[in-house]
Design a protein. Structure first.
Lengths: 475, 430
């Protein structure tokens, strides 16, 4: 248990199965798969032709002005909208409220008020809660996100390559071998073909920057880039900040948007993407199943408001759950393959339990990081079997429904875990017919179950693993 | 939380020198590492200069090949960022006198690193056949692209690749974190690693960063943001922090790594100690994505909180290594921040920007600069701010212009301000 107790007071989600926490949770319980034919670009003839995309996402309706949208990568847009939902859900004062009484921002009050209005017009009904004076100390509010890598935009790049190839041939520099690359021509073409601010879409920490600006969060900020475990690590870092008293409120979670042509090529060629077309797209993502053939590429964002219990109580906030502990570890084994026993998974869970004062029999459910990539699923199964051999808690894999949302995946699992504690229900693992291990899988209909402790395990390439233990908040 | 954290090993790859002694010599003789871009034809770019690392070969430092070999036999060259990282870690571990064995099993690794560079030629071979005047025929790209090389390369430029490969090499089984808060990343990594030792999560950690944003796409991206110096005709004079005629920063590259150890552990094994990390502070501008807050509120917050953490008064600081990027805005705002955070003491404390020589290594910059501070502390000499020829009335501190200077001091501050508004300050003591 943390020396300063840490609780969840708000959540936000933009996912392939729902664009709010409510929608996400209901679809998880209904096991409504997010996997469908790709809509973002023409994919006819490519295998796989499906992915798990966020649908009907309208960031401009969520309060994002078009001018900002142009310089925000899709992952940042997803993160931004999830953050606004979480903030509003937590009933915390927005920048708009605080600007009126801010002391430090005299010189810039006009500007930040304009920005805040742009961003938060639709975000909140926080006037009722804006009276808490401590919520106004913006230097005690932090933002820590786990963010993925945004592939180059093939439309922008293609246009530039096209212009460069044509400029090269008209300049008579064809004498070079056909496959040599003319950097100079590319550079000349880029000036006219690429958006001047294109780089801003790709800088990972700008997602957190956009959110910090909109919410006037002047406390510590960090962006964690540990691939598929990023969201879990971000939550762990946020908890450390609160525990040591460096912040009272931290917005934390993950966002990723890798359903792009180049990412599809990358993952297919690495052999991680499921390419089956003998079943419906919704039946492809099959973590822990003998027939699993890889992951389904997905995207999304999950953001959680972590808050010191003392701070939450002082402002009368609703508390969803408590973060009992966090642990992380590395396989120190291989970059592209898991350690066969999922060494880091077991290690991260044991560090998490040790710090929480829990043991494996306390876990009522484990949200597992199985994605459907066979080698990784076997490592996960092996580690969970060993770690929980005596207690056999219910085990589920939400990626069967959501697809693999990479840096967002662990944060979304945390939201599901927190909901399961509050709603006493467990979402089932979809498409699990022939399990590769003898774990207590939740299959078929969602379980009704009294959950007081839910463990989220995260794992990914690079040997990274992390675990978080969420508990019903006792007084 | 009363554990002390000391630095017992240093590894550095920089445009002004590779290895501790060369790096220090480069910094103190005031030599610029900036030159015409040598790795590709930059004539089509508005900015044609960068601070590149020259004379580097991974095989000079360690017995690993400069390629990554997958289980299926495919291989790709490691990007420069990863190569620099591996070499710097190797140097730091040898410098600390730490032998292999099981010492790393419970250690942590905290790295600030951006993506490796995109291989434009590789991308072009794949995308150009499907390219059109308006963009790209995606269906044709997906149907015909040979992504065999690209896929492996693209996976290995993930920000976390250097840290993961280091963890594998040394058997680091504790928490391995990669963060990317732009130009503050490696300073933040060092600060957060320090906390993990203070709070008893580990006794030994490797921390630092690596980055190489000198590729055509990187230079182009920052040039299009109008952030870079355009002095193509005078590369060595392009990075001129605090000079009135500064016109932007110069992209650099490299890696800096420090071995952090709990003080008791370091003493017990008789380790040589470069200094103690005594203060870390961070705060966010929450102002604009591309501009610093005009009153530098985030920078002020970070510095004030680092001093508070170190439990020192401003006048105890003997030397400041500035973020000092050489953009009009940063150097003015940083000067304001030092005045606001340090009050009257600011005028009496020498401040220099080693970016005047190394260029701006982005995610690696904070680590390179903390290392400069540690060496300055050891030698009692401050590296200069070179190219400071015409004073700027907005920059009115003692910037140690053009010549290294002997100076007695025991405590120093290192600033790192990240693009996007994330600010970090570190304090070290002899």
């Amino acid at each position: 248990m943390y020396s300063r107790r840490i609780v969840v007071t708000g959540m936000g989600a933009v996912t392939p199965i729902g664009n709010s926490v409510g929608g996400f949770w209901q679809a998880l319980l209904d096991a409504r798969s997010g996997v469908a034919p790709v809509r973002a670009f023409a994919i006819d003839g490519f295998r796989p032709s499906y992915a798990s995309e966020v649908k009907d996402f309208a960031p401009d309706r969520a309060g994002l002005p078009r001018k900002k949208l142009k310089v925000m990568g899709r992952h940042a847009q997803l993160a931004f909208c999830a953050a606004l939902e979480a903030w509003s859900d937590a009933g915390l004062a927005t920048a708009t409220d605080s600007t009126a009484r801010a002391t430090d921002s005299r010189a810039t009050a006009t500007d930040s008020r304009a920005t805040a209005t742009d961003f938060t017009a639709t975000a909140t009904d926080s006037t009722a809660t804006a009276t808490d004076p401590r919520a106004q100390d913006r230097s005690r509010i932090g933002v820590i996100l786990g963010i993925g890598m945004l592939s180059a935009d093939v439309m922008e790049l293609g246009r530039t390559f096209y212009a460069a190839a044509h400029a090269s041939s008209t300049n008579g520099s064809q004498s070079e071998a056909a496959d040599s690359f003319d950097t100079a021509a590319f550079g000349r073409s880029a000036a006219s073909e690429m958006l001047p601010l294109w780089l801003l879409r790709h800088i990972p920490n700008l997602a957190a920057a956009h959110i910090s600006i909109a919410l006037d969060a002047q406390g510590p900020s960090n962006t964690i880039t540990t691939g598929c475990v990023s969201g879990a690590n971000a939550l762990g870092e946020a908890a450390r900040l609160i525990a040591r008293g460096a912040a009272d409120v931290v917005l934390a979670g993950g966002a990723d948007a890798r359903v792009s042509p180049l990412a599809m090529l990358r993952y297919r060629d690495l052999g991680w993407l499921a390419t089956r077309d003998d079943v419906e797209p919704a039946a492809v993502s099959a973590p822990f199943d003998e027939d699993a053939a890889g992951f389904v590429n997905g995207e999304g964002a999950g953001i959680i408001v972590l808050e010191a219990l003392d701070h939450a109580r002082a402002r009368g906030a609703r508390v969803y759950a408590e973060l009992a502990g966090y642990g992380a570890a590395n396989d120190a084994h291989a970059f592209l393959e898991p350690h066969p026993d999922g060494r880091a998974i077991a290690h991260s869970v044991s560090v998490c339990f040790e710090r929480s004062g829990l043991n494996s029999t306390d876990a009522d459910v484990v949200f597992s990081p199985a994605t459907g990539v066979p080698a990784f699923d076997r490592a996960v199964a092996s580690a969970l079997t060993k770690t929980f051999d005596s207690s056999r808690p219910a085990t589920t894999a939400t990626r069967s429904v959501v697809g693999h949302t990479h840096a967002a995946s662990a944060a979304l699992d945390c939201i599901a875990a927190i909901k399961s504690i509050g709603e006493s229900k467990l979402p089932a693992t979809l498409n699990l017919r022939r399990p590769i291990a003898n774990l207590a899988f939740v299959t078929g209909a969602p379980y009704a179950a009294d959950i007081s402790t839910a463990v989220v395990s995260a794992y990914g390439f690079g040997g990274h693993a992390a675990a978080l233990a969420w508990q019903r908040c006792s007084s | 939380m009363n554990r002390h954290v000391v630095i017992t090993g240093i590894g550095v790859v920089s445009p002004v020198g590779i290895g501790i002694e060369e790096y220090w010599r480069g910094l103190t003789c005031g030599r610029s590492g900036v030159g015409p871009i040598s790795r590709y034809d930059a004539s089509g770019l508005s900015v044609q200069i960068a601070a590149e690392v020259h004379g580097f070969a991974l095989s000079d430092y360690m017995d690993v090949p400069g390629t990554f070999v997958a289980n299926d036999g495919r291989s790709v060259p490691l990007d420069l960022r990863t190569q620099y990282a591996l070499a710097a870690v190797d140097m730091s571990v040898r410098d600390a006198g730490i032998d292999g064995g099981g010492v790393w099993t419970d250690a942590h690794l905290y790295f600030g690193a951006g993506e490796g560079d995109n291989d434009l030629a590789l991308l072009s071979r794949m995308v150009t056949p499907a390219s059109t005047r308006d963009g790209c025929d995606v269906a044709s790209l997906l149907a015909h692209a040979d992504a065999t090389q690209f896929s492996l390369r693209d996976q290995l430029i993930e920000p976390t690749a250097p840290a993961s490969l280091i963890a594998r090499r040394y058997g680091i089984g504790g928490e391995v974190t990669t963060c990317l808060t732009a130009c503050a990343a490696s300073a933040q990594a060092i600060g957060e690693a320090m906390r993990r030792i203070q709070e008893g999560e580990c006794e030994l950690a490797l921390a630092g960063g690596a980055h190489a944003m000198t590729s055509a796409l990187d230079v182009l991206g920052f040039a299009m943001l109008s952030a870079l110096s355009c002095r193509n005709d005078a590369p060595t004079r392009a990075s001129r922090p605090f000079d009135r005629n500064r016109d932007g920063f110069v992209l650099g590259e490299g890696a800096g790594v420090v071995v952090l150890e709990e003080a008791g552990r370091a003493r017990r094994r008789g380790a040589r100690i470069y200094g103690e990390l005594v203060g870390y502070g961070t705060a966010n501008d929450a102002y604009r994505v591309t501009d610093m807050h005009p009153d530098a509120r985030g920078a002020v917050g970070a510095i004030a909180s680092a001093l508070d953490d170190a439990e020192i008064d401003p006048d105890e600081i003997g030397y400041i290594n500035a973020h000092g990027t050489s953009t009009i805005e940063n150097d003015r705002a940083e000067t304001i921040a030092l005045h606001r955070a340090l009050g009257d003491a600011a005028r009496g404390i020498p401040v220099s920007s080693t970016k005047s020589m190394t260029g701006h290594a982005v995610a690696a910059a904070g680590a390179l600069e903390l290392i400069a501070v540690l060496l300055a502390l050891r030698e009692q000499v401050m590296p200069p701010t070179i190219n400071l020829e015409t004073p700027d009335p907005d920059c009115d501190l003692d910037y140690v212009p053009n010549r290294a200077r002997a100076h007695e001091f025991t405590t120093a501050l290192s600033n790192s301000f990240g693009f996007g508004g994330q600010n970090v300050a570190l304090v070290v003591r002899a």
